[in-house]
Design a protein around this ligand. Structure first.
Ligand SMILES: O=C(O)CCC(=O)C(=O)O
Length: 348
């Protein structure tokens, strides 16, 4: 798209579904470019037969796809009907594959354009609480040493450990009949402290019985998701250790939007997503995040894949790993929350 302001259109929709990009003055031309021996001047000359060409630009770094911009949409339409899928005499008989190009969205500045809160009150997502310095630096080192002494399981972009119950990434759920055993003694102090959270007394029996430890290499994040309602009870506690991150919360107008797989970690940030409310908070090492109520049930949480973040004008480098301890309580029945549109129990 270099400089053209246009880019590759989305793949054509299956027959009868959605609409192809509307005709425009810019064409996305594949099988055409310097890498197959055609200069931008050659291409401009061949397309000029249909109207005034405003510019020819590489569509990407491949050298085989270009954007041809006409002054008038009618010229683009004429070129499309004459040249698409046919050998082009002016371009050494190459068969061109042409679609209407679409305007490129401006790229977000480094770290995203979202202001980043440094406290839960500034974040303003109901049910989200953040406690800085929840553990001391010495406790942090003990917790890291404890998990580094245990086997990690490698996912595509990060490593994990599960205690209490295994988290099944394929179903984003747990097998509640497969109890792996009590949470390990090295987290007992954390669990005691969690009990002191306001609202923690809502839980009648054990407050948490499942722990997922995530180790994110520098700059690696996590796809947007809501923890499956039927898998876990309301309160989710996440302790950040070693490195910081930004956590973004997103509320979608329709609860049905599903994030790409958390296993692959291949989310594409916000490019193809529907409109949503976005808010972000900085999670420093040793802080504890509590997700409850609306923030837990109705907002997706997401860790952008950034190596550098801008927090209130201060550049924060994510140049160490981040290790999080996420404590949850496995749900043994169905969820009956008041956020039915986001609830897998209630949509069945
Ligand atoms: O790393 C974190 O703080 C969040 C982890 C999380 O959301 C998850 O494991 O589902």
């Amino acid at each position: 798209m270099a400089g053209s302001g246009y880019t590759r259109p989305p793949p054509p929709p299956p027959l009868g579904e959605g609409a192809a990009p509307a005709p425009s003055a810019a064409l996305y031309v594949a099988n055409c470019g310097p890498a197959v021996g055609l200069t931008h001047d050659d291409i401009r000359a061949a397309f000029a037969a249909f109207g005034e060409v405003a510019g020819v630009h590489g569509a990407d770094g491949s050298g085989v796809r270009v954007i041809v911009r006409f002054r008038e949409p009618a010229a683009a339409e004429a070129a499309m009907s004459a040249l698409h899928g046919r050998p082009c005499a002016g371009l050494a008989g190459r068969v061109l594959h042409i679609r209407y190009s679409v305007p490129a969205k401006p790229k977000a500045p480094v770290g995203g354009s979202l202001p980043v809160a440094t406290s839960a009150s500034e974040l303003g997502v109901p049910g989200i609480y953040l406690v800085p310095d929840f553990v001391t630096a010495a406790e942090e080192q003990e917790l890291l040493a404890a998990v580094d002494n245990r086997p990690w399981k490698s996912l595509a972009k990060r490593r994990v450990q599960h205690y209490g119950f295994e988290f099944l990434y394929e179903t984003r759920n747990v097998d509640s009949k497969q109890f792996l055993g009590e949470l390990p003694p090295f987290v007992s102090k954390i669990i005691d402290k969690i009990m002191s959270f306001s609202g923690a007394n809502k839980c009648t029996s054990k407050l948490v019985d499942q722990l997922t430890v995530n180790e994110y290499p520098c700059g690696v994040g996590l796809s947007p998701h809501i923890d499956t309602h039927s898998a876990f009870e309301e309160m989710i506690f996440s302790l950040s250790l070693a490195g910081p991150c930004i956590m973004e919360f997103r509320k979608y107008p329709k609860g049905s939007w599903r994030a790409p797989s958390m296993v692959s970690g291949t989310d594409k940030d916000s490019i193809e997503e529907p409109q949503c409310i976005r808010k972000a908070v900085f999670l420093p090492p040793r802080s504890m995040l509590l997700m409850s109520g609306e923030g837990r049930y109705a907002w997706h949480h997401y860790i952008p894949h950034h190596k550098i973040d801008d927090v209130g004008g201060q550049v924060i480098k994510r140049n160490t790993r981040r290790v999080s301890f996420t404590f949850r309580k496995v749900r043994m029945g169905l969820c009956d929350c008041e956020y039915g549109q986001f609830c897998d129990s209630q949509s069945k």
